[in-house]
Design a protein around this ligand. Structure first.
Ligand SMILES: Nc1ncnc2c1ncn2[C@@H]1O[C@H](COP(=O)(O)OP(=O)(O)OP(=O)(O)O)[C@@H](O)[C@H]1O
Ligand SMILES: [Mg+2]
Length: 462
């Protein structure tokens, strides 16, 4: 084997090692080009790749000539026109000239480029298509077939490297795209999960608040029944008990009526003693002689009757509060007027009721909600404002029903109420009623500057 052949084989072997090391593509191209120059004793050379539009050749490796940065950036793409260099790619076949300067296909060279004398160009191919070229130039003596075969062998190797790199690049792009999509989907999923969790939280708190409000409503009904009806009934029972005992006394000792013309101890006093004293009712009578005044019996009975009348009124009030019949029959303004009359009677708070717009019936849900808001707000005026005057304004607008309840009392700092004013349900239930029907709730108040509650419901005509 000649030395030259051995060298060529060694160079090919080196290139094989270089390729299998799979270093970066520019490094492999540079090494391949260096071998090509060495083995053909060329002065300089380049490797160019056809751009995707097949209109130009882009220089991807250059050796033996060190262009300035400006020169390289200006001339790194060579237009693919039929000429000495580009014909290698366009015609997909090797080209060899002994003197580029006298070649009929020569092209002028940009100033700053060394003069090209001998030249050998070999296409890079993939599936028989030219995808670029290796060009070597300025060997002292002309290039021969051996040189061409040699560069051709390199071109085959370089083509594989480039094709692999392109496939790899496409694979990486696809991978990156996939990873981006997975990341996007994951973050969308996480966002959806967060939204779901937030909705679940909101739902839980709405549920808790609803349960709280219902509980509050129940307590209020229980309080009304306890403070009103129950107390009155106890009074009536005591009164009846006392009457019953007087009648027993009379039945046992009818002559007593002559002995006892003085006033009795109060009936309630008598029975209160009995409440704390577990003796049976008849014990006192059989032990001694209770004072019984039969003339007092009618009074006692009419007192009982009076109490029962109050019971009847109280029951009517509670029932009315639970579901005001006027609201159903006469509508919101009439029911609110009735409410304010009762408020004046029970709490001495007087109210002006003003109706704005075209008063008309709206959906039962809106009417009940508006009524309850007025009721709660007036309850607050009576309990907290410290004044005995309030104004209620009911507005019937084309698309909304509004109520505003305003007092000029002591007001309060709305800010310190915070989101969860435990144990206070009035404002909370007003807000819930309004927002539950797609409306809005607003409270304007400041210390010493009165309070205004404004609620608006979208109109949902009946
Ligand atoms: N018209 C008002 N004037 C002054 N303070 C008010 C007025 N309305 C509400 N407030 C203040 O706002 C607080 C919250 O009112 P809210 O109706 O929610 O609860 P509450 O009246 O204290 O209790 P509840 O209505 O549950 O029986 C009241 O405790 C009071 O301090
Ligand atoms: Mg209240």
């Amino acid at each position: 084997m000649t030395t030259e052949r051995a060298e060529r084989l060694k160079a090919l072997y080196d290139l094989g090692v270089e390729l299998s090391a799979l270093r970066s593509v520019p490094e492999v191209l540079d090494t391949a080009l260096a071998h090509c120059l060495d083995l053909t004793a060329s002065q300089f050379g380049f490797i160019g790749l056809v751009d995707p539009d097949i209109t130009a050749l882009e220089i991807v490796a250059i050796r033996g000539f060190h262009p300035s940065r400006a020169f390289f950036s200006e001339h790194r793409t060579i237009p693919l026109r039929p000429n000495l260099f580009a014909s290698v790619v366009l015609e997909n076949q090797a080209a060899r000239v002994d003197d580029a300067q006298t070649d009929p296909n020569r092209v002028g060279q940009p100033s700053g480029h060394p003069l090209v004398g001998t030249f050998l160009g070999v296409p890079l191919r993939f599936h028989d298509h030219a995808i670029g070229m290796i060009g070597v130039a300025n060997r002292q003596s002309p290039y021969d077939d051996d040189h061409e075969r040699l560069i051709d062998t390199y071109a085959a190797q370089v083509s594989i490297v480039i094709r692999n790199a392109q496939l790899n690049e496409a694979l990486e792009e696809a991978n990156e795209g996939l990873e981006r999509t997975v990341a996007e989907r994951t973050s969308e999923l996480n966002a959806a999960k967060d939204t779901l969790a937030r909705h679940a939280d909101e739902l839980r708190s709405v549920l808790t608040e609803t349960v709280d409000v219902q509980e509050h409503e129940r307590r209020r009904i229980a309080r009304d029944l306890h403070d009103g009806v129950n107390q009155l009934l106890i009074g009536a029972m005591l009164e009846l008990k006392a009457t019953e005992e007087r009648l027993r006394g009379l039945a046992q000792n009818p002559t007593l009526q002559d002995l006892n013309t003085e006033g009795d101890p109060t009936v309630a006093g008598e029975l209160k003693t009995e409440e704390t004293d577990p003796q049976p009712a008849g014990a006192e009578l059989s032990a001694g002689a209770p004072s019984v005044d039969p003339t007092d019996l009618p009074n006692s009975l009419s007192a009982t009757l009076g109490i029962l009348r109050q019971v009847e009124q109280e029951v009517r009030r509670v029932v009315n509060d639970l579901h005001p019949p006027t609201l159903e029959t006469l509508g919101l303004p009439a029911a609110v007027k009735r409410l304010t009359e009762r408020l004046a009677r029970f709490f001495a708070v007087s109210c002006d009721v003003e109706v704005l717009g075209d008063a008309r019936r709206v959906s039962a849900r809106s009417e009940v909600a508006a009524y309850r808001v007025v009721q709660e707000a007036l309850q607050n005026v009576a309990t907290h404002s410290g004044v005995e005057q309030a104004t209620v304004e009911i507005g019937f607008f084309p698309k909304k029903l509004t109520v505003s309840i305003c007092d000029e009392g002591k007001g309060f700092d709305v800010g310190i109420l915070g989101g969860s004013a435990r144990g206070r349900f009035g404002l909370l239930s007003m807000r819930e009623r309004a927002e539950g029907l797609g409306g809005s709730f607003e409270i304007v108040s400041a210390l010493g500057e009165g309070t205004e509650v404004r609620v608006s419901f979208p109109i949902d005509e009946t």
